[in-house]
Design a protein around this ligand. Structure first.
Ligand code: ADP
Length: 367
């Protein structure tokens, strides 16, 4: 057996890379990985910058720029874009004191670009501060092999039907646990509010939960958690798909179920405000569907079919413990009479800033 076969090149590369990762940085140097959402509204980009001091908060990191013509964010003639740091986390790849720095993107005229959904989300959140909106997102994703095939699936064929993979244990049922486990630890190290993870309904599909987070920060934590899972998967020679229907046919889709509450819902008898909010959502179904994937509902058309524990994209429904409804009120929330509800419509590739923004605008600001 050749060395190459016994020791895949991917792993060999990592052993060599470790030698260089262990080179100490000069005293006082901090490497900041600036991260931003590109012009697609669903892909992430990043580049590194050396600082010679320790940033304590996002505002301590300088505004930077990049070439927007390489990120689907600008034409070639006026392509300088600005990166405004908005949230910092510890870098689990380079280790402390290095940082991951999430940025908002602004055009040359200092206006937010089209895929900068954080700006208007923050605006909405600032208008309902006294209601303290909280969000928790359950992010589904699919591991993809180097050949573009779902990870763990027999090449050119299909695995056994769903029913044996969700929260499963054992060879033949679990594919890629190392990736998910590494991602979870890396998120905790970074300071991401990740509350759990589990294997999902399709083989090779996983999910993790972010939150509860207040206001715009849910998007900051979720986007950086997405960045981290892409980076971890790279190390395993795999990639991550956030496509809401990664495999066509009778296979589950992938969502970003979003749990939402505000002060009036969390107080005694908050259930009556939850019902009021659901009434408002029912009157605004179409605009929510438009905001819940990067293609104004086109992606969700493939996923929200009314099958595989989804509601149909054209219908709005709400129900207690009903996983086939647009909105689910968990049974334990009805029992205590207060808490939160779950919006099951957001696609796995949604922008959480848009989801949070529209929940706040419809349910709280009544716009
Ligand atoms: P369960 O396991 O019964 O579904 P959890 O307490 O684990 O309930 O919470 C599920 C999700 O709901 C998590 O993503 C969490 O962040 C979110 N969540 C919990 N409480 C709230 C709340 N008051 N407001 C918004 N989201 C919440």
């Amino acid at each position: 057996m050749s060395w190459e076969l016994r020791f895949p090149k991917q792993l060999l590369d990592k052993v060599v890379a470790r030698k260089y990762q262990n080179i100490p940085l000069p005293p006082g140097a901090v490497v900041c990985e600036y991260i931003w959402i590109d012009g697609t509204g669903e892909e992430l980009r990043s580049k590194a910058k050396t600082l010679h001091y320790q940033p304590k908060q996002a505002e301590d990191c300088p505004v930077w720029d990049f070439d927007g013509s390489g990120t689907k964010q600008a034409g070639g003639s006026n392509s300088d874009m600005y990166l405004f740091p908005v949230a910092i986390f510890d870098d689990p790849f380079r280790g402390r004191p290095n940082k991951l720095v999430l940025c908002e993107v602004y055009a040359y005229n200092r206006k937010p670009t089209g895929s900068n959904k954080r700006h208007s989300c923050a605006d909405a959140m600032n208008q309902c501060l006294e209601e303290g909106p909280w969000f928790g997102v359950e992010q589904d994703y699919m591991l993809i092999d180097h050949d573009g095939y779902p990870y763990g699936w027999p090449k050119g064929g299909y695995p056994g039907p769903e029913g044996q993979y969700y929260c499963a244990v054992g060879t033949g049922k679990i594919f890629g646990r190392d990736v998910s486990e590494a991602h979870y630890r890396a998120c905790l190290y970074a300071g991401i509010k990740v509350s759990g993870f589990n294997s999902n309904v399709m083989p090779g599909q996983w999910g993790f939960q972010i939150g509860p987070c207040e206001g715009v920060s849910v998007g900051d934590h979720l986007w950086v958690a997405r960045y981290i899972v892409h980076r971890v998967a790279e190390d395993f020679g795999l990639s991550v798909s956030f496509d809401p229907k990664p495999v066509t046919g009778d296979w589950s889709g992938a969502g970003a179920h979003t749990n939402f509450s505000c002060l009036s819902m969390r107080q005694n008898n908050g259930i009556s405000f939850i019902e009021k909010a659901i009434g408002r959502l029912s009157a605004n179904h179409e605009r929510h569907i438009k905001a819940y994937d990067p293609r104004e509902g086109k992606d969700n058309t493939r996923r929200l079919t009314g099958l595989n524990k989804t509601s149909h994209i054209q219908d709005f429904s709400a129900g207690v413990a009903n996983r086939g409804a647009s909105i689910r009120i968990p049974r334990h929330i009805v029992a205590v009479g207060r808490g939160y509800f779950q919006d099951r419509r957001p696609a796995s590739n949604c922008d959480p800033y848009s989801v949070a923004e529209y929940l706040a605008r419809t349910c709280l600001l009544q716009e």
